[in-house]
Design a protein around this ligand. Structure first.
Ligand code: IVH
Length: 688
């Protein structure tokens, strides 16, 4: 019975996953999908004997870290010859037609991500390997399973018993921008472009991180022995029928003119795509002709990549500004003589940090090439040395803060310089207050950046706690405010006292503690007092908290000024604890638990489940504890202590069985799936 139910749930969830992510035509609501997923999670937890690595539950990833095995490709992953010139492309076509006569070509977009080979055996995903050096790559299967557009099981039954499906793992711009915004907030280095972000993400050791990064995958090539197709178009069509996401942009072209038209179209239209492309790949369609043309040592002779030119402009670097962020990080920004680039006027470009400037030997007065990195933020890629003025001097990076004059410092392992004068440096003070009031933190309406600056200039606020002492009468006389706005501001400051603890924690602006980390910390420690009392070892027990974040928290809390602010916020009545959630049942009322080791769900999810059913979580095994839930890799000492004190020891399955009768497991904050846009609608050329 249960076994059959598990199978049905797995099949059903996979079908709805495909309808949602590949077809963009969901048939059930997110809520219904989540319900089915939670039912399957609970059944799988209770029946580990029916485990399947390709179960849809694996798509959320795991926080167990894994080392990647290097494995050999059964069929080597070759590279492609490439050209930036249409003339060379025309030679390529001429050469082919000389050898095999007139022929059909398939033109595809060249996706700018990282190549992957997906191995399928009997219709199930067996392994996923990165390109590596083409002969061997890294086994990244657990990470790949989290990409929702990749089928874990194929549809129909016409697939070969073993074959490999190849394509590109991409990070859509929307995910890329979101991740970089988060990284910026946390003071981490940014990904330079979506390609690096996709490749970096695939090499993440915890697949649960990959699951949240919003990767996508488009497949464009089959590899195998005796594949039952005679053309590339037929192979692609079959792949789409088996459930792979293929590109809608691929076109069959019959001659040079059609190929040129395809390139001309996409050179413009690619700007409207939700992901990065860097060219067009032109492939001979017919497999017999491909065999006739053969390979060089590195690449097929039947395909070539035409690469789009990155749009560049040459302009003068007039001066450099140094911006100081709320964490004290200094970012150099280039002021350029205005120049047209990819449809916009560019006046400024990021220079990242001192190393980057030294690497390119950038000097004020130089003529520099500006590119749109990943089509987003303009950056300087090169100096035109031929035009360097004779009297040019190497750039001296600043040594003191441009805002407050404090000598700058460098922290180990960080490329940026920092101004350490946290409590006396204007942009840091204002930046912290602006961070605190933002929508994702305390959401104080009516208080914008300008008003915060105004309050600061007038000596009304020096830190976030000062906000709670403000009175309408102090604000009303200020320029642009007046009584009504003043009252509105005071009301929203008062309302912000009810903002949940995790958002307050995020609002404090602790280095590296972004929105997600704040949520995990709140889930784990429940109260600010518990967090403040935690040791380094206890901090890293919380999900996603590593040593770097733990140290940043300790450093923040060690600062007397910060502790004073926290006490003032407490006195003002802000939320220093996680609010109680609605109970799913009272099955565990009066029982206390200690959770230890690794589980199929995260420890914090398990703890939440305990509380939702009326149970209590305790930190350490003692005589007051009723149950110890023992996961994988739990220390032997804990078990011994529990046995000595007569504490009952439960496995995860036993615990799940305990609450199974009390109703379905309650949803944790599962992230709602994000709808991806389909590729552009068909354009010129014959469809296939
Ligand atoms: S076909 C043997 N098609 O470009 C040829 N490659 O520079 C196999 N790429 O390693 C590749 N889009 O990562 C092919 N539509 C496309 C592609 C594509 C992007 C990448 C791929 C390959 C690299 C070669």
């Amino acid at each position: 019975m249960t076994r059959a139910r598990i199978e049905i749930l797995r099949k059903t969830l996979e079908r709805h996953n495909y309808l949602y992510y590949v077809e963009n035509q969901p048939e059930i609501s997110d809520f219904e999908f989540d319900q089915l997923m939670h039912e399957l999670q609970a059944l799988e937890a209770a029946h580990p004997e029916w485990d399947d690595p390709n179960s849809p539950t694996r798509r959320v990833g795991s926080d167990l870290t894994s080392e990647f095995q290097t494995v050999e490709h059964r069929f080597p992953m070759l590279s492609l010859g490439n050209t930036y010139s249409l003339e060379e492309l025309h030679y390529f076509i001429e050469r082919i037609e000389r050898e095999v006569g007139e022929t059909e070509y398939v033109c595809e977009l060249k996706f700018d991500g990282t190549a992957i080979s997906l191995c399928y055996e009997n219709g199930a995903l067996l392994r996923a390997i990165t390109r590596g050096d083409g002969r061997q790559g890294d086994d990244v299967t657990a990470n790949i399973r989290t990409i929702r557009t990749i089928p874990l099981h194929l549809q129909g039954d016409t697939w070969p018993a073993y074959f490999e499906m190849r394509g590109e793992v991409l990070m859509p711009y929307a995910s890329f921008d979101k991740i970089n915004r988060e990284r910026e907030e946390q003071g981490e280095s940014l990904f330079a472009n979506p390609r690096n972000a996709a490749a970096g993400t695939l090499k993440q050791q915890a697949s649960s991180v990959v699951a949240r990064r919003g990767l996508d995958c488009i497949l464009y090539q089959l590899a195998g022995d005796n594949l039952p197709f005679t053309t590339h178009t037929a192979a692609l069509q079959a792949a789409a029928q088996w459930g792979f996401k293929t590109s809608d942009a691929a076109r069959l072209c019959h001659n040079r003119e059609e190929i040129d038209a395809f390139i001309a179209y996409w050179d413009e239209a690619r700007r409207t795509l939700p992901f990065a492309t860097d060219g067009v790949v032109i492939k001979v369609n017919d497999f017999a002709r491909r065999r006739q043309l053969g390979f060089t040592s590195k690449a097929p002779k039947w395909a070539v990549a035409y690469k789009f030119k990155a749009e560049q402009a040459l302009t003068r670097l007039e001066s450099i500004d140094y911006q100081v962020g709320r964490t004290g990080a200094v970012t150099p920004v280039a002021n350029l003589a205005p120049v047209q680039l990819a449809g916009t006027t560019v006046k400024r470009a990021t220079l990242h940090n001192a190393e980057q400037i030294a690497l390119l030997d950038i000097r004020v007065g130089d003529m520099v090439y500006v590119e749109k990195g990943g089509e987003i933020i303009p950056k300087i890629t090169e100096v035109e040395l031929a035009e360097r003025p004779a009297d040019s001097q190497p750039l001296q990076y600043i040594t003191v803060c441009p805002e407050c004059g404090t000598p700058l410092v460098r922290y180990e392992g960080e490329a940026k310089h920092y101004c350490p004068n946290q409590s006396g440096c204007r942009p840091q003070i204002i930046g912290r207050i602006i961070h605190f009031i933002r929508r994702k933190a305390m959401d104080i309406e009516g208080l914008g950046e300008e008003t915060v600056e105004l309050l600061y200039e007038n000596g009304l606020v020096r830190d976030i706690a000062d906000l709670y002492r403000l009175q309408a009468a102090q604000l009303a006389p200020l320029p642009r405010l007046g009584e009504k706005s003043a009252e509105n501001i005071i009301r929203s400051i008062r309302l912000s006292k009810q903002v949940p603890f995790e958002r307050l924690l995020f609002g404090l602006g602790i280095r590296f503690v972004g929105e997600t980390t704040a949520r995990y910390l709140a889930d784990h420690f429940r109260t600010l007092d518990a967090l403040m009392a935690a040791s380094r070892e206890e901090l890293v027990e919380a999900e996603e908290v590593g040593e770097k974040i733990a140290d940043a928290i300790l450093e923040y809390l060690a600062d007397e000024e910060n502790r004073r602010i926290i006490e003032q916020l407490r006195a003002a009545g802000l939320q220093f604890e996680v609010a109680e959630r609605e109970k799913a049942s009272t099955a565990l009322a009066g029982k206390s638990f200690v959770v230890s080791g690794k589980f199929t769900i995260s420890r914090d999810e398990l703890k939440q489940t305990i509380e939702k059913h009326g149970g209590r979580n305790l930190a350490a095994v003692s005589g007051n504890v009723d149950y110890l839930i023992a996961g994988e890799k739990m220390g032997p000492e804990k078990r011994k202590k529990a046995e000595k004190l007569g504490v009952a020891i439960l496995s995860e399955e036993e615990f799940m069985a305990m609450i199974a009768e009390a109703g379905p497991m309650v949803a944790s904050e599962a992230e709602a799936p994000v709808m991806e846009q389909k590729n552009e609608p068909p354009i010129q050329g014959s469809l296939f």
